[in-house]
Design a protein around this ligand. Structure first.
Ligand code: AMP
Length: 588
């Protein structure tokens, strides 16, 4: 492979490797291409490369949005190439990909360019970063200028990837874990060291910084990572159980149970007179909670703290819990004040991760809960999540009943001695939902990977969606069912719109499906589905080994919930399906 050992990397080198990554479906190959890149790039550039590989320029929580509208990009292509908008549009329709269209148009032009200035990774990165930061009335013109100056000097392949990054359509299929594998191999010589990188990532949510530190100082450097306000912590997750008895079997006696509320998980950081809120996906969502920000100084006795809570929408008149979807009505730029007034929230605190300069991650559940009780002043919108110490099965049955009567989903079961394991799903936290108890294998969060065109009343939208589970070991999405029921007309509209941005020309590299869909999507959207039963099936790939059958859902039905708060990697896993299938065999 042609990689120049320069102190700076040419963007063409990166683009060639990105093109190779696009071609392969194998995770090992993807990893080894990245290892090659990482080995050659200078320590100062590594963070930039890691962000670009993920189609970003900064970690998500900083809220630096790269996305540029197609219209602006078309203007820039016209400016650089002297081609008319109509021709660009025609090429776009032909190829279905604006990056590809630009590359074809620039191919003709590139032979005539004489004085191109070098396009380095730094130049592309810095230009995209500047572009993401320009605002104001002239921002459109500035963006066109920035893009066309890059396109003037870029080769067709470089242009294709620059535009893919700008359009947010660079889908290389590399998950964070794969990048960490490659970093561990490139800088420590052994992929097995990934967990150490992961620990640093769990408390910083900044993969670029993890990469740079590992490159510069090796594994020792990672010890400098510690929890700090305004860098979100990757959340601890729970394993699913089906019955109260399962809780006792897994935990023994003497554990805690809390109501499992149905809202949005929020991580609230307070320090230096500032308050920020982060989502479960580690995005900055402060602007949607002006009421919470205002109330925080009253709520918390400490002004240097990181807390976790579930924000639940309530009826402004009656104070009753409302379905989780209502909170999403705050996700808007215009009319936010009205949405906040119409959909007030209760903030139900359930954990504390840091207080006054000290990490609480390694403290036990009991200690953290004690601190929470001390530090939170209940009243107004602030509450502690109701908790009960469980000694016997009758306690948990009773507490489950009162949780459901209070309008909650069920219980979270937490081991008393457990520390906060950031970024991991383990058996220290268990979730028991009421609906897991009815029917078999109820309520799964599945990733939409494809669709089939609708007929009759559903013509013009999708009639059926193809859904997948997540296989974390292989970092792949495996098909499990087609779902066509449970959709209201407005659901179909919303899904059609949302999925429109995710359409791919061919099946995503991380999708494994025997079934051929009419339309393929980038595996990003998670929806909630219930089903009657899990069965063996030769046509689905979840849990399928060689010639054996995989698993499928019988009578799947959409519950009406789009899980915008979950990333595709947080969808139900193959292991969960196997566990549910095992449990089913026992109970039927
Ligand atoms: P699930 O989304 O079904 O995987 O369940 C986990 C989610 O439950 C968390 O991410 C929180 O948003 C939510 N949750 C509700 N109540 C609690 C609680 N008491 N402790 C922790 N998480 C909770």
């Amino acid at each position: 492979m042609l990689i120049l050992p320069l102190s700076y990397m040419l963007f063409s080198t990166l683009a060639e490797n990105l093109a190779r990554m696009e071609e392969t479906t194998k995770r090992l190959e993807l990893t080894s291409i990245m290892v090659d890149i990482f080995k050659e790039v200078s320590q100062d550039q590594i963070a930039h490369i890691v962000y670009l590989l993920q189609g970003k320029v900064r970690p998500d929580y900083e809220g630096v949005e790269v996305g540029v509208a197609e219209k602006i990009i078309m203007h820039a292509i016209a400016k650089s190439s002297g081609t008319s908008q109509a021709t660009i549009q025609a090429r776009y329709v032909e190829t279905g990909d604006l990056g590809q269209a630009a590359s074809l148009i620039l191919e003709k032009k590139s032979q005539t360019t004489l004085f191109a200035q070098e396009v380095t990774v730094d130049r592309v990165y810095n230009t995209i970063l500047k572009m993401a930061q320009v605002g104001g009335s002239r921002s459109q013109d500035m963006k066109i200028k920035y893009i066309s100056s890059l396109l003037n000097d870029a080769s067709p392949t470089e242009a294709r990837f620059i535009l893919k990054i700008l359009l947010g359509s660079m889908r290389l299929g590399v998950a964070e874990n794969t990048i960490m594998d490659a970093l561990a191999e490139a800088y420590t010589g052994d992929r097995k060291n990934r967990p150490l990188l992961e620990e640093a990532y769990n408390v910083s949510s900044d993969l670029g910084r993890v990469a740079k530190t590992t490159a510069k100082d090796g594994l020792g450097g990672l010890e400098s990572f510690s929890i700090t306000p305004f860098s979100p912590i990757r959340p601890m997750l729970a394993e699913r159980i089906r019955t109260e008895k399962d809780a006792l079997d897994k935990m023994g006696t003497g554990f805690a149970a809390e109501y499992k509320l149905d809202g949005e998980r929020v991580q609230i950081h307070v320090a230096d007179g500032r308050v920020e809120v982060f989502s479960r996906k580690l995005e900055r969502i402060t602007e949607y909670y002006p009421d919470v920000i205002e109330a925080m100084p009253e709520i918390s006795k400490s002004n240097n703290i990181i807390l976790e809570a579930e924000a639940v929408p309530v009826n402004a008149d009656t104070g009753e819990f409302l379905p989780f979807q209502n909170i999403m009505r705050r996700r808007r730029k215009h009319g936010l004040a009205k949405a906040v007034a119409d959909y007030p929230v209760l903030v139900n605190f359930f954990d504390v991760l840091y207080v006054d300069g000290q990490s609480f991650l390694d403290e036990t559940y009991d200690k953290r809960r004690q601190m929470l009780q001390y530090v939170i002043k209940e009243g107004g919108m602030a509450h502690l999540v109701p908790m009960m110490r469980i000694e016997a099965e009758v306690d948990i049955v009773e507490f489950m009943e009162s949780s459901v009567n209070a309008g909650c989903e069920g219980l979270m079961i937490k081991s008393k001695d457990s520390i906060y394991r950031a970024g991991s799903r383990g058996s220290q936290w268990l979730k028991l939902k009421q609906d897991y108890q009815k029917g078999i294998g109820d309520s799964l969060d599945l990733v939409v990977i494809g669709a089939f065109h609708g007929k009759g009343r559903r013509a013009g939208t999708y009639g059926t969606l193809l859904l997948a589970t997540y296989d974390s070991a292989e970092d792949m999405f495996l098909s499990i069912c087609k779902v066509g029921s449970g959709f209201k007309d407005e659901d179909l509209d919303t899904l059609y719109q949302t999925l429109g941005d995710k359409i791919l020309a061919k099946k995503d590299l991380r999708v494994n499906s025997i079934m051929e869909a009419d339309v393929w999507f980038a595996p990003e959207l998670v929806i909630e589905v219930v089903a009657a039963e899990i069965t063996r099936s030769p046509i689905h790939t979840t849990g399928k080994a060689d010639n054996d059958s995989g698993f499928a859902l019988r009578f799947p039905r959409f519950t009406g919930r789009i899980r915008a708060d979950k990333s595709a990697e947080e969808a139900s896993t193959v292991e969960e399906i196997l566990a549910l299938y095992g449990g089913q065999a026992k109970t039927t």
